[in-house]
Design a protein around this ligand. Sequence first.
Ligand SMILES: NC(=O)c1ccc[n+]([C@@H]2O[C@H](COP(=O)([O-])OP(=O)(O)OC[C@H]3O[C@@H](n4cnc5c(N)ncnc54)[C@H](OP(=O)(O)O)[C@@H]3O)[C@@H](O)[C@H]2O)c1
Length: 300
Amino acid sequence: MTTIAFLGAGMMGSAMIRNYLKAGHQVRVYNRTLDKARPLTEFGATLADTPAQAAAGADLIVSSLTNDVASRACWTGPQGVLSATLKPGAYAVEASTVSIDWVRDLAAQASAKGLRFLDCPVAGRPDAAEAAKLKIFAGGAAEDVDALRPVFMAIGTEVQHLGPVGSGITFKLIYNVMGAVQVAATAEGMAACEAAGIDLRVAAHCFSTGNTNSGHVIRHSRYMAENRHEDPVQFSGNMRIKDVAYGVELIEACGEQSRLGRATIEVFAQMDAHGMGDMNDSELIDTLRLIAGRPIPPKT
Ligand SMILES: NC(=O)c1ccc[n+]([C@@H]2O[C@H](COP(=O)([O-])OP(=O)(O)OC[C@H]3O[C@@H](n4cnc5c(N)ncnc54)[C@H](OP(=O)(O)O)[C@@H]3O)[C@@H](O)[C@H]2O)c1
C-alpha cells in the first residue's frame, strides 16, 4: 500500500482516485473546489485543504489538472506541494496534459527538493479512466518507472516508457495533435456530407469501416450522425485548443512543422468564437452548420 497525494478531482482525477482506492492505496485528495471532491470520501479518500497538506509525508504525489496555470498553482504556488515537508525520495508525477516547458521547469524544482520526478500523462477519456483502461506515457528514470509500474496498473492497462523526464509529455502532445486533427477532419467531413445530401448515419458507417477509421473517427462520427453528444461534456473544444497549442509549440521547437496542428487550432477556435468552446469537441459540427447557415438538429 502506498500513500498517494492526488491533486485535482476533475473527471479524470476522480476516476483515477477511485481506482487507486479500490487497489488498496491510501489517497489524500486536494481539489481547488473542495466540495467537488467530497463524494470521494465515500470511497475512502481523505480531503486536504491545500496541496501542501495533501503532499506532506506522502510516498507518491500525482496531479491531474487542466493546464500549466493550474499545475503551477498546485505544485509551486504559496501553499503548493513544494512548500510542504516532503518525504525524501518520494515520487512526484505530473499526469496532466501540460506544456513541455512547464514540465522541465517543474522537474528541476521537484528534483531540487529531493523528489523523484516523472511526467506520466494519460491517454483515454473519462470512461476509460473509470474502467482503469488508461494508457500511461511515462518519462523519467527507468528504475522510477519500474518502481511505479505496479501502482499505475491500478488505473491503466499499459505503461509505456518513452525516455527520460519530458519524454512522456513530448509523446502525449504529438499524439494529441494527431488525435485533434482527426476530430477536426471528422467534423469537416461529416458537415460536407450533410451539405451534399448524404445520409450521416451511412457516412459514419462508411468512415468507420473504411481506411478512414480510427478511434476518434468511429466515436465522433457516430455522435455527429446521431446528434447525441456526451453529457456531461467529456472533452471540450477549448481543451482541444489547449492541447494542440502546447503540441504545436513543442513540434516547432523540435524544428518540425505542424501545419495541420495550426489549422486544427483555427478550426476549433471557431467553436469558441460562436460561444461553443466549452461544449464537446464533437459539437464542432454544429459550429460548422451555424457558419454554413444550416440548422442545428435537436439533440437526441
Ligand atoms: N477529459 C479527457 O478526455 C482527458 C483525457 C486524457 C487526459 N486529459 C487531461 O487530464 C487533465 C484533467 O482533465 P479533466 O478532463 O479531468 O478536466 P476537469 O474535469 O475540468 O478537471 C480539471 C481539474 O483542474 C482543476 N483546476 C483547474 N484550474 C485550476 C487552478 N487554476 N488551480 C487549481 N486547480 C485547478 C479543477 O479544479 P476545480 O474542480 O476547482 O475546477 C479540476 O480538479 C487535463 O490536463 C486534460 O488535458 C483529459
